[in-house]
Design a binder for this molecule. Structure first.
Ligand code: FE2
Length: 420
């Protein structure tokens, strides 16, 4: 997937990291439960979608639901079962070509922009593929020997985190497809975007000086979250609140989308080429601004955080406000200090940090080393998480990343002010 990546493969045994791990069998059972829970969540997210919904690909960056379900399954088959389960029977030899995403070391693969042309295998065959792999993974977790269980669990944990990333993409991708449907389908009427947890408030100072950022300690992280290191922050104040639709409506009313001086050159070119006049998925209904959400077409709520804006738009808005986007370091320090509201669970927040390796970062060897490191160019970092991010899949060191024009993710922003 085009989002975050895997941890530095320190080879630590998660057998000993599990809470309450009184015995080896308990540990295995806990991981089997975790595996079933994550796999089940993918299916729950796909359940409201018809077979037709699940095959569509609305743009090259988005993938069909059926592909997400199959690709996450291939990941376990390729990286966990084939190397570690003796005698494992591949479900279908053609699936590696169809459902490998970008792992060059794992072999040739189908062209990404053409995933929506794959009407076969049918959804029912993908469901059978998932069951076949699920059964084998549970068998492996039960039968792995003492000498291999640590490595099995390490790969399993990567696979689970990988699948959780695709769970969010499954929703963002189908919402993009629905946005192109004139009847504006509803994915799930109950999935109303959450409101801010606290009323809008002002700016708060981040202490000047050296701060630690990056992942440290127990638990899982992707490799791009390290190595942890110190960074110097100059005096700055960060907005406690996310930028709201009310603020964005003011930006639009003030000609924000028609004022070239507010935009980066590439951003202005994109505005012109795409005809952008508002955030993604906004449309007028009887003269009133509406936005397409997972819960269907809803009037734009002025109090809600703005969503589906690109980096270019976030940058232009900050310039219009006479402020800036935070760096990812400022964001992480502020989040760790509890200075900002709604850091998680509503919208990802653009930072003005280019997605680059931390000092000392090295991608791991082998195919799984392709997960993150090779994408560290030409993209911008987003921090936090969105309402589509699975539970237990967000932390202050998490680095999401997308290209500057992308706005089909649940992406918003908050601002900083250096005019202390
Ligand atoms: Fe993936």
């Amino acid at each position: 997937m085009a989002s975050s990546a895997i941890r530095s493969f320190r080879g630590q045994s998660n057998v000993t990291a599990m809470p309450g791990a009184a015995s080896a069998s308990n540990v295995r059972g806990t991981w089997i439960d975790a595996f079933r829970a994550v796999r089940g969540e993918t299916e729950r997210r796909a359940a409201p979608l018809s077979d037709e919904d699940q095959v569509i690909q609305s743009m090259p960056d988005a993938s069909p639901t059926k592909w997400h379900r199959a690709h996450t399954t291939w990941f376990f088959e390729q990286f966990l079962l084939l190397p570690h389960l003796p005698g494992y029977r591949i479900f279908d030899k053609q699936f590696a070509y169809l459902f490998n995403s970008y792992y060059v070391a794992a072999g040739p693969r189908h062209a990404r922009p053409q995933r929506g042309l794959v009407t076969r295998p049918a959804n029912s065959e993908v469901a059978a593929y998932r069951m076949h792999v699920d059964t084998a993974v549970v068998r492996l977790l039960n039968e792995a020997g003492a000498s291999q269980i640590a490595e099995v669990l390490r790969i399993l944990e990567i696979g689970l985190n990988h699948e959780q990333q695709h769970q969010e993409l499954l929703l963002t991708d189908i919402l993009h497809a629905f946005s192109l449907n004139p009847i504006a389908p509803t994915y799930d009427a109950a999935r109303i975007p959450p409101a801010p947890k606290k009323p809008a408030s002002g700016l708060v100072a981040i202490p000047e000086g050296l701060h630690s950022i990056g992942f440290e300690g127990e638990g899982y992280c992707f490799d791009n979250e390290g190595p942890a290191h110190q960074t110097y922050l100059r005096p700055v104040r960060i907005a406690r609140s996310l930028v709201s639709n009310a603020q964005w409506l003011d930006f639009i009313a003030d000609g924000g989308y028609a004022t070239p001086s507010l935009w980066l050159s590439d951003g202005w070119t994109t505005v012109q080429a795409e005809g952008w006049e508002a955030p993604g998925y906004w449309r007028k209904v009887d003269g009133v601004s509406h936005t397409l959400t997972l819960a269907g077409l809803r009037p734009v709520d002025p109090a809600a955080p703005v969503c589906h804006v690109s980096y270019y738009e976030a940058d232009a808005f900050a310039r219009w406000m006479g402020k800036d986007l935070p760096t990812e370091q400022e964001w992480e320090v502020a989040a760790n200090a509890g200075l900002i509201d709604d850091a998680f669970g509503i919208v990802w927040q653009w930072t003005r940090s280019a997605y680059a390796p931390y000092p000392g970062y090295r991608a791991a060897c082998g195919a799984l080393g392709e997960y993150n490191g090779k994408f560290m160019i030409n993209q911008m970092v987003l921090r936090g998480s969105s309402h589509a991010t699975p539970a237990d899949h967000s932390r202050s060191s998490y680095r999401n990343f997308f290209y500057p024009p992308a706005r089909w993710q649940f992406s918003g922003l908050r601002l900083v002010d250096y005019g202390i």
